[in-house]
Ligand binder design. Structure first.
Ligand code: PLP
Length: 295
């Protein structure tokens, strides 16, 4: 069983003094230890880890950082587990709902029987409408939960700009799931995904799993690790990313930020030509590294 793969802002919630007392450490850790090799939550494992102290289950589909998408059947099994624990709520982050590749299909957790009352659905404009940094999102759920969220949110951050709100109104006017413009963008993401999966698939020892949604590859690079002259020891995801930045001038995110130190995350929200150049540079830089473990 491998650990985690969770969008790092959720892991940081624990460090937030607002939430320190409302999210028990045990819950935080348990979220990080019930993922199977497909980076999807295993309902049986989930069931075995829930205690009377568990309060919040965080789901993210399509996932940042793995690009995994939960099939409806699996979500139904998770819903059956959740239903047995009346004090457990679900936060379902669906910000990548429209960035999904055929044949994967998005299912909203709150749409499953009995789950609307238990679920806070998080969404926003940053991804499907390329409004990263505009910081406009929304939450959907039962009124009493949303009112409680409002109390915290209004004291920690406030004032969505009128420009972002106008842009969001325009985005919603583009048609179902963003209409043709978004499907055109998703097609381009899919081509980039295919390119990167095949480019990194050729590298010795790198474990690649094909993302079904979002625009990230989460690659297991634990095969590589060595002492490099003039650089030092590559011993974890952070030192590997630093090495690739210095040697190849390619910026990547260490898997450690998501709780998995064996991986690095590549965002393919960049043009195909940029990604082709980046893949070449990574390959070239990696060639001078010797494997630390033979797999
Ligand atoms: C899973 C997930 N949720 C939420 C967000 C937040 O998006 P923003 O704050 O840019 O609207 C991101 C951004 O990377 C994300 O990956």
């Amino acid at each position: 069983m491998r650990s985690i793969a969770l969008y790092f802002s959720y892991s940081r919630c624990y460090d937030n003094s607002y939430l320190e007392h409302s999210i028990p450490l045990t819950c935080y850790h348990f979220l990080f230890s019930v993922y199977d090799s497909s980076s999807l939550l295993d309902p049986k494992l989930l069931e075995s880890k829930i205690t009377e102290k568990s309060r919040l289950l965080i789901l993210c589909s399509s996932s940042n950082p793995t690009g995994s998408v939960y099939p409806k059947k699996l979500l139904e099994e998770i819903a059956r587990v959740v239903a047995k624990h009346p004090r457990l709520l679900v936060l379902s982050d669906e910000i990548y709902e429209h960035i999904i590749y055929v044949p994967a299909v998005h299912t909203s957790f709150a749409s499953l029987p009995g789950m609307w009352e238990r679920t806070l659905t998080v969404n926003g404009f940053a991804k499907a409408f390329a409004m990263t940094g505009w910081r406009l999102g929304y939450i959907a759920g039962p009124k009493h939960f949303v009112a409680a969220c409002n109390k915290i949110q209004s004291q920690s951050t406030s004032g969505a700009s009128s420009i972002a709100q106008k842009a969001a109104v325009a985005a919603l006017g583009m048609g179902y799931a963003g209409g043709e413009a978004v499907s055109h963008m998703v097609k381009a993401f899919c081509e980039r995904r295919d390119f990167l999966v095949s480019a990194f698939g050729e590298l010795d020892g790198v474990k690649v799993s094909e993302p079904q949604g979002a625009f990230y590859l989460f690659l297991d690079f634990s095969y590589y690790g060595t002492e490099v002259d003039g650089f030092g020891l590559i011993k974890d995801s952070e030192s590997l990313c630093r090495y690739l930045l210095e040697k190849g001038q390619v910026a990547l995110v260490p898997g450690d930020a998501f709780g998995d130190d064996t991986c690095i995350r590549i965002s393919y929200a960049a043009s195909l030509s940029t990604l082709q150049a980046a893949a070449e540079r990574i390959k070239k830089a990696i060639l001078s590294l010797k494997p630390q473990v033979y797999v």
